[in-house]
Design a protein around this ligand. Structure first.
Ligand SMILES: Cc1cc2nc3c(=O)[nH]c(=O)nc-3n(C[C@H](O)[C@H](O)[C@H](O)COP(=O)(O)OP(=O)(O)OC[C@H]3O[C@@H](n4cnc5c(N)ncnc54)[C@H](O)[C@@H]3O)c2cc1C
Length: 409
């Protein structure tokens, strides 16, 4: 078994959106990174996940000079529709806050990033195994792993980014005595389908009803993405295609103007809900970015966008950290050195908590809790009317959904 070692400024665990975007933006500042990813490029590309990009995420893709296809292949959504027992109200993002979101599937975001990184000669090891991070509490952190040819490799770096997703093992390297884990769970999940049919509606429809929640989303002109609320223990194979479509139609209203476009269901999954935040997002020579540091329920479409906003906050602080490291007098204090990383953690978490709030609030507004009584559902209708019936309420929803741009926190 061959053993090879490379030395870079920053080693990155995870080749998802957070890891790849960080690698590319670091390179723009002359900072050298290498990425280790457990899955193959094809496996990641074939995993269907997020689809809605905030205005700021689109801006990052466009301005990072990676030849992203977001503006040519994505679809601008200038608003969205909220529905309660079949009564609908459009939230006009452009009119309310002057921003749009873009429908551009995460698969395509990933392809843009992976293509750019490899085209520019960036180091990436797909299908890595036995990935381990060492020495984050020392001045010589490293990543060891077996590459796809089973050769043992080491990446030595000044800093490690843990961008290894919601089941992050990097996160566990922050000692329990240092980190606070904030967590909450929900008594329901989403049943997600992909079906071969053209879009039912031009914009997304988020619907609450007496039989629970559904989301009518899209992927492209031929494939639709839809979700509905289910019990977390649901076996997706127990539902027939027709039962699924009939149920979603019931949530939308049987007699309304929206008739579901039906077609063969080509993928079905049950997606559990949880909210999690790790604080701080750094320890020693380790920083966390994206789902590794926080997860949100998908209702607010925030997960992928937070991965990008983390990277936006992180990259300048890594440049500052490396600048201080290289200019440091021998024996210079670790505290001053780590200050930029702690600043990153504070900046990123400010935005994460806003997103946590919106995701939690929108989840509660749009779902039925098991055991809800008549009062609970009628009160929720009152809340829905208060939001959709006033320009202030609609503007709040639009500001949160399209992503706060004021101070980029
Ligand atoms: C069904 C679904 C729907 C979603 N919908 C939306 C949405 O509409 N809008 C939205 O904004 N977000 C959505 N999300 C969330 C979004 O997909 C995530 O927030 C986003 O992928 C986070 O990016 P990331 O790079 O932090 O993590 P990931 O995309 O999870 O990337 C982490 C990578 O690290 C790799 N990895 C893990 N462990 C290791 C290891 N030990 N060594 C090496 N590599 C490792 C993984 O293979 C993975 O490729 C959805 C998620 C799901 C599951």
């Amino acid at each position: 078994m061959a053993q090879e070692s490379i030395r870079v400024d920053v080693g990155i665990v995870g080749g998802g959106p957070a890891g790849l975007m960080a690698a590319l933006l670091l390179k723009r500042r002359g900072i050298n990174a290498a990425v280790v990813e457990r899955r193959s490029e094809d496996q990641i590309y074939r995993t269907h996940r997020a689809g809605i990009l905030e205005a700021g995420t689109v801006e990052m893709l466009v301005q990072s000079e990676i030849d992203s296809r977001v503006l040519t292949h994505g679809h601008e959504h200038r608003g969205t529709v909220l529905s309660f027992n079949g009564q609908r109200q459009r939230i006009d993002f452009q009119d309310l806050v002057g921003r749009s979101v873009w429908l551009y599937p995460q698969n395509e975001v990933f392809l843009d990033l992976a293509t750019a990184w490899q085209r520019e000669g960036g180091a990436i090891f797909w299908s890595a195994d036995h990935v381990e991070v060492h020495g984050v509490d020392s001045t010589h952190p490293s990543i060891t792993f077996h590459d796809s040819a089973e050769d043992q490799r080491t990446i030595e770096a000044e800093l490690i980014i843990g961008a290894d997703g919601s089941r992050s093992s990097c996160r566990r390297l922050i000692p329990e005595s240092v980190r606070t884990d904030y967590f909450t769970s929900y008594p329901y999940a989403w049943f997600g389908i992909l079906c071969e049919a053209p879009p039912t509606a031009a914009e997304l429809i988020y619907a609450n009803s007496d039989v629970g929640f559904a989301l009518i989303s899209q992927r492209n002109e031929r494939v639709q993405r839809m979700y509905f609320q289910c019990d977390p223990d649901t076996d997706p194979e127990e539902w027939t295609d027709e039962e699924i479509f009939d149920h979603i139609q019931r949530v939308l209203g049987e007699n309304g103007d929206v008739r579901l476009k039906r077609g063969p269901i080509i993928e079905r999954t049950v997606l559990p809900f949880r909210s999690y935040v790790c604080d701080p997002l750094t320890f020693g020579r380790l920083v966390l970015a994206g789902d590794a540091g926080h997860t949100v329920p998908p209702t607010g479409a925030k997960g992928l966008n937070l991965a990008f906003s983390d990277v936006r906050a992180l990259v300048p602080e890594i440049a500052e950290f490396l600048g201080r490291l290289r200019g440091a007098a021998p024996g210079g204090g670790a505290t001053a050195l780590e200050e930029p990383l702690l600043r990153y953690s504070r900046t990123a978490l400010d935005r994460v908590w806003k997103a946590q709030n919106f995701s939690y609030w929108a989840t509660n507004l749009l779902h039925r809790e098991p055991g809800d009584d008549a009062f609970a559902q009628r009160r929720r209708r009152g809340e829905f009317d208060a939001i959709t019936g006033s320009r202030y309420g609609r503007a709040f929803f639009a500001d949160c959904y399209t992503g706060w741009t004021g101070d980029w926190k």
